[in-house]
Design a protein around this ligand. Sequence first.
Ligand SMILES: Nc1ncnc2c1ncn2[C@@H]1O[C@H](COP(=O)(O)OP(=O)(O)OP(=O)(O)O)[C@@H](O)[C@H]1O
Ligand SMILES: CC(C)(CO)[C@@H](O)C(=O)[O-]
Ligand code: BAL
Length: 415
Amino acid sequence: MQLTLPLLRQTARPSIINSLCSRASLPAQLPSVSITRQHYPPRAPPIRPTSQPTRTMASRCSPPGSPSSIPDGGKLRASSIRIFEKVSTLRRWRQRLLLDQRSVAFIPTMGALHEGHLSLIRAAARENHHVVVSIFLNPAQFGVSEDFASYPVTWDADIEALIKLDRELADDGNNLGRISALFHPTTGEMYPSGFPGQELASTGSFVTITPLGDILEGKSRPTFFRGVATVCMKLFNIVQPTRVYFGQKDVQQTVLIKKMVRDFMLPLEVVVVPTTRAEDGLALSSRNVYLGERRRARATVLYDALKLAEDAYKSGARDRAAVLGRAKLYIKQVQGVQVAQGPERRTQIQVDYLSLSDVDTMEELEVVDGAKGGILSGAIWMLPLEGIREGEDLGYGQGPRVRLLDNIILPPHDE
Ligand SMILES: Nc1ncnc2c1ncn2[C@@H]1O[C@H](COP(=O)(O)OP(=O)(O)OP(=O)(O)O)[C@@H](O)[C@H]1O
Ligand SMILES: CC(C)(CO)[C@@H](O)C(=O)[O-]
Ligand code: BAL
């Protein structure tokens, strides 16, 4: 099922982007963090992470097995998709398109591609001459105790998915463009003065968007939006896109990117694409592979709760207590049922936040503004299983606690 919200846009007035990305001659001075990855049990996620024994920030944050046989700027097997690892090579390619006045769409990702990512690419190909996708697992947006080391990497499947989608785009006459390039840089390439570190106290060249970046997701993940804004600013400066495409699934990220584009006068348009969901409503996410069967069966609890809040709004509720009340009660009931089931059957759920916020600032609302509407959003933790049964599917990485996000946009009600 896919929500049929219209694509949401924001355009900034054209200006020159100042490059923050000048090439420094210093070698990358990275802390060498080497962490063992767990093997994913063979149970059907849409795309299975490849086994990768270690990930070191000193070398690269992207998988080994990238096509080193292809020269930088060369084409992926049986396709016209160019793959770039170097900023300079991508820039040379981009320069030619600038002279030809071709529109370029850009979709930043961290890989482990799923239908949600592909929906962004499809939207981009409909209205741009060229689509550039990046796969870069950005260590700066992971906190020191977060899942950077185990984040799923599915490089081969990602390449297959891009090649297959590109063929589909070529066969469908309704597209202006296709996938022209994949950017897959190393950490050293993205942080030319050396990787600044993942700590809150790290120093370096950062973009911070406050207070927006400090609330909701930013409160639980204090370095997250600094990492996202910084890497997106770098990527936008490298690719110089006409339009960038982001998923509504990460709604605070979309609000933050729009604010960054406006405040830094970046000459590009931000397009927000509706959330792609599984049949039962769960928002697709690369991290869903961590869930395993037992937790996956309860993973729609957040979306179900948000839908109850949306129903309340549709029935005329406007103030915070009336809109969020049923959602909170529903989650409490699910938690109660789960606890009563005992360790071998239950799934423990913790709510991080349930929010009703302003569409531009994401500050909490007491009453929904009739002219603007609002954003219902939430984050929950699904805790690791207790009472594990013999042979039970724990999920990728032996089933760590999993953070799930979701949101629903409430339209204005004044019309
Ligand atoms: N279900 C989805 N529908 C639409 N867009 C999505 C969906 N999932 C991710 N995206 C978008 O894809 C882009 C890249 O996201 P990313 O690579 O982090 O994947 P992800 O599934 O969000 O992973 P994570 O598990 O880290 O949340 C972002 O703009 C994100 O919002
Ligand atoms: C935008 C992004 C690719 C930046 O690393 C990441 O935050 C994501 O995948 O949503
Ligand atoms: N899609 C959000 C990226 C992150 O959680 O790091």
